[in-house]
Design a protein around this ligand. Structure first.
Ligand SMILES: [Zn+2]
Length: 374
């Protein structure tokens, strides 16, 4: 256990990250539709270059030919929609009665035959709609604060993820799940506001604060997954033995596994057995041998998990056994296993009384705490 070493490194450097401060552009994948409606509690304006759209409290956008129709008026877009006042929120109707509420502004543009909606929102307000998606609101407050800092850091470090689309991040799990005001809760909002601007730095630059649901007791060496992974993600951070990990098992018939693996082009003929071919120092599976009627094929674990479903095989820390005509996988942990494990984070905050600063320095050894420019 390396709590002691975390304490040694418990030095807070209130450096200016200098990397980013302000608004993020979040492309709302959930809003790729042929029509959307934006409402507010009062009349408000939409800004369309060269076109006058009468003030109202509801705007309906549809796609037509080369442009967008806004309440019956055609324009080329993009159309910027600002709330009536800074305190108001915009309500985006995604049809079927689903109404998503957003802070900040919305920008509607045409993307092929669909509309694309981008939420332009301050990073702190964005995090209010991220945190409840990424960590249970019932977690101890210091765990929620650690998550807020990790999510803020991750957001800044990954700002160019959707650069080709003219955006920073998306609202799906590809980036960080973001559901706007609908999902906000008092505990997670408090964690965001009470850590405003706080980020993790390494060598004076924004760190890469990877996190996962449960690292299973020891963090994974992320350098095995990404050759550009930094030193503080080299893994080997051991959580206290008492952390109640996610334990899972998955039973699948050989015939069903065969069909999935053949569909994924990992094997050509039916499977008869599977064995673990290569493990990391920490016991994680790197590669498996797929034994078929015609031979043995070696496959990387990530491809194998993707083929069988990462919901079924939650992480690469598992064993496998053949029971009759079934394969039975038994595993511990969930997610990629690198950086902060949220289950462990909950334990360190709730049972060991650790502050969010100490938790972060435990999981990311060698980083320092910094502050985005106000
Ligand atoms: Zn994304």
């Amino acid at each position: 256990m390396k709590l002691r070493s975390a304490a040694v490194f418990f030095l807070i450097f209130l450096l200016s990250a200098g990397a980013f401060c302000g608004d993020l552009r979040i492309v709302l994948n959930s809003a790729s539709l042929t029509s959307v409606t934006v409402r507010a509690n009062d009349e408000f304006a939409v800004f369309v270059p060269g076109v006058f759209i009468p003030l109202t409290d509801t705007y309906r956008f549809t796609v037509k030919g080369g442009g967008i129709i806004v309440n019956g008026t055609e324009c080329s877009g993009p159309v910027t929609v600002q709330p009536p006042t800074k305190e108001d929120f915009l309500r985006l109707d995604l049809s079927k009665g689903q109404e998503h509420i957003y802070r900040g502004a919305l920008e509607v543009s045409k993307n092929g035959n669909l509309l694309r909606v981008v939420n332009v929102v301050n990073i702190e307000e964005y995090l209010l709609g991220v945190l409840p998606c990424e960590m249970s609101t019932g977690y101890p407050v210091e765990a929620l604060k650690a998550q807020a800092v990790a999510a803020r850091t991750w957001s800044v470090a990954n700002m160019n993820r959707h650069g080709k689309e003219g955006c920073n991040l998306c609202d799906g799990t590809h980036c960080q799940a973001y559901k706007g005001v609908n999902i906000e809760s008092p505990d997670t909002s408090l964690a965001v506001w009470s850590t405003t601007g706080k980020v993790l730095l390494h060598g004076g630059k924004i760190a890469s604060a990877m996190y996962c649901a449960d690292c299973g007791g020891e963090s994974q060496d992320y350098r095995l997954i990404s050759q550009t992974a930094p030193e503080y993600l080299k893994g080997g951070v051991e959580e206290p033995a008492e952390v109640p990990h996610i334990l899972w098992s998955h039973r699948v018939a050989l015939s069903e596994a065969s069909a999935k693996l053949i569909a994924a082009k990992l094997i050509d003929t039916p499977l008869t057995d599977v064995s673990l071919a290569e493990k990391t120092k920490g016991g994680r599976v790197n590669a498996l041998s797929l034994i078929t009627e015609t031979g043995i094929t070696l496959v990387r674990c990530d491809r194998f998990r993707t083929a069988l479903g990462t919901y079924n095989l939650k992480t690469n820390l598992f064993t496998v056994a053949l029971e009759g005509d079934d394969l039975v996988f038994t595993g511990k942990g969930s997610g990629h296993g690198a950086g902060m494990g949220q289950i462990g984070c909950k334990y360190l905050a709730g049972k060991m009384g650790m502050s969010h600063d100490k938790i972060l320095l435990f999981y990311y050894p060698g980083v320092t705490l910094g502050q985005l420019e106000p």
